[in-house]
Design a protein around this ligand. Structure first.
Ligand code: H79
Length: 437
């Protein structure tokens, strides 16, 4: 039984319009974290900050004044938005999310509502505009990352303990609303916002304000796509309202983690945003810990798509604006795989079939073809495939080598379906895709 909520979800079920269908079909996206934090490279006065670079200003070694002067050195000589966009295209992404403002409050566009912006750096030019235009030119949709947390704004609060806090926070709310409207006005090509830093008590308590702000943003920019992180309902529930219904157009809860099975996503759209190292988004000269390989990342992408989600891989450009060598290498490797296998990712969804240990199954929602993406080839060489009653196999072939003729063996049949073995000829040494019609 559902209760009446004044500020609950605005819609039940998946958004059916073409813009949202386009989002659903991306499969693979790029995140870019750039800002004043990158200038530090994760180091402060010769000391290594072991955390995520974009949090370095919270380190007790770092003074607020010194941090908030860093942008006066921001003059990225190697920055070339066209080069980023071309690399992203080669890697095979269909959308990208760019940090317009992270928690530190530094704006990469010349916002008229604060002085803490790129306009007051030696670089001066509007970085958001350059990025939006360059990616748009490559046919890659752009989304704007925006942090509600803003450590620079005098009215920002984590919690509202006093009347003075409440008064200051009113100014912060107006400022935030102004900036969001400013972004939509300046970058009409953008397809949506990716909100972050919305977990403070102060923000959670603004259910009425955030509800009407969301409506206003959607009116200003028809088709705007917003995830589940933007606002809470009147009981402080985030992502899912007090009736358990998703708030926003897709679930934005999978940060550096992935669902295990289709049950975990409750029939909703979702994205997973992922770092290359363990947990560092902005450029850090010392990644430390485990650094993911292209095969691991391709596997995460395949898993995401097979469970109805989009996979978004983060890049953290260096202070001068170039990507680090590790990211260039990953972009090349993933791009080489995508060039051959993108058909198994774009326009693909959960296939409705049983999960198998050898990998993931996706299905193209336009052609109906199935893709078996193999990461763990069975020692027996027999890829098990269980089809539902009424399904049959017309054709099975290798995506890389269209004339492959696999030996298909029917193994078992009952009223729940038919089990087949597809016999591999050679054990693959890279993630391999078999197409099934
Ligand atoms: O921009 C990147 C990170 O800098 C940013 N999000 C990604 C995309 C980020 N900010 N904070 N965090 C990540 C970690 C925050 C974790 C917590 Fe919480 C916030 C722990 C408690 C409050 C949200 C609410 C997650 C768990 C509960």
């Amino acid at each position: 039984p559902s209760t009446y909520l004044k500020y609950g979800t605005h819609r039940l079920g998946k958004r059916p319009d073409p813009l949202m269908q386009r989002w659903r079909d991306y499969g693979f996206g790029q995140f870019i974290h750039w800002g004043a934090f990158a200038i530090t490279e994760g180091q402060w006065k010769g000391k290594n900050y072991p955390g995520a670079t974009e949090f370095i200003s919270t380190w007790n070694e770092v003074s607020k004044n010194e941090y908030e002067s860093l942008h006066k050195q921001f003059d990225p000589k190697e920055f070339n938005a066209t080069a980023w966009a071309r690399q992203a295209k080669e890697m095979g992404v269909q959308y990208m999310i760019f940090t317009t403002k992270h928690h530190d409050g530094f704006c990469l566009w010349p916002s008229k509502y604060t002085n803490y912006t790129i306009a007051n750096s030696p670089y001066k030019k509007d970085i958001v505009e350059e990025v939006v235009n360059a990616y748009d030119k490559e046919g890659i949709d752009v989304y704007l990352y925006f942090s509600i947390i803003d450590w620079n704004h005098p009215g920002y609060r984590v919690a509202l303990k006093t009347d003075a806090d409440k008064k200051s926070y009113e100014q912060f709310k107006t400022f935030t609303a102004n900036q969001l409207k400013e972004l939509l006005h300046r970058y009409p090509k953008t397809k949506g916002f990716w909100f972050d830093g919305t977990w403070d008590q102060a923000w959670i308590q603004q259910a009425g304000f955030t509800d009407s702000l969301e409506r206003e943003l959607r009116e200003l920019h028809p088709g705007l796509i917003i995830g589940s992180r933007f606002r809470a309902d009147e009981y402080g529930r985030r992502h899912f309202d007090s009736n358990g219904d998703l708030m926003g157009d897709y679930e934005q809860g999978w940060e550096r983690k992935l669902p295990e099975s289709i049950e975990d996503v409750h029939g909703n759209d979702w994205d997973c945003v992922m770092t290359v190292p363990e947990n560092k988004w902005g450029y850090h000269s010392d990644w430390g810990g485990h650094v993911k390989t292209s095969v691991e990342l391709i596997e995460m992408m395949a898993r995401s798509v097979s469970l109805d989600g989009n996979f978004v891989l983060n890049f953290g450009p260096k202070p001068q604006g170039n990507m680090r060598p590790e990211e260039n290498k990953l972009a090349k490797e993933i791009g080489a795989w995508m060039k051959i296998n993108h058909e198994a990712i774009y326009d693909c969804d959960y296939a409705g079939l049983e999960k198998q240990d050898w990998g993931y199954i996706t299905r193209n929602n336009k052609t109906g073809k199935y893709y078996l993406i193999i990461f763990n080839p069975p020692v027996s060489g027999a890829v098990r495939l269980k089809l539902l009653p009424g399904m049959g196999i017309k054709k099975v072939y290798d995506l890389k080598n269209l004339d492959t003729n696999y030996n298909i063996e029917e193994v078992y049949k009952d009223n729940k379906g038919t089990e087949y073995f597809i016999h591999l000829k050679n054990n693959p040494t890279e993630p391999k895709v078999i197409v099934m019609e």
